[in-house]
Design a binder for this molecule. Structure first.
Ligand SMILES: [Zn+2]
Length: 123
């Protein structure tokens, strides 16, 4: 499952940060998850609960914010939400986004990844 490897990576980063600051435990982790990251929040919570066991993150609160996609068109300069059809292929492979103004393929500049926005530690 994709979510498990993402969450594992995330937990490792938080543990590293907590160690650096000599924290007793992690209280809360807040994530920004892109609309196009194909990460399921429910699966992420499940992975988080399983993988945080016996770590400094055990019993901490996980907040997941969904971030809308943003694209930029190199042809006409459009900057904003992409235009895409919600068809079956959307859930299988990464969709091709088209500019809603001129119809050319656009570059995704936001909404693809998963980033740690905030971590609350007990020192
Ligand atoms: Zn365009």
């Amino acid at each position: 499952m994709h979510e498990f490897s993402v969450v594992l990576n995330l937990i490792e980063k938080v543990v590293e940060e907590a160690k650096k600051r000599d924290a007793k435990r992690v209280i809360e982790v807040e994530l920004d998850v892109g609309q196009l990251s194909f990460l399921n929040p429910e699966q992420m919570r499940f992975a988080y609960n399983v993988l945080s066991k016996d770590t400094i993150l055990e019993n901490s609160n996980l907040i997941i914010n969904t971030v809308d996609a943003r694209v930029r068109c190199g042809v006409c300069g459009f900057d904003g939400k992409p235009d895409y059809a919600d068809d079956a292929s959307y859930h299988i492979s990464a969709p091709l986004f088209l500019c809603p103004i001129c119809g050319n393929p656009v570059e995704v500049i936001e909404g693809k990844g998963c980033i740690i926005k905030r971590v609350r530690l007990e020192l």
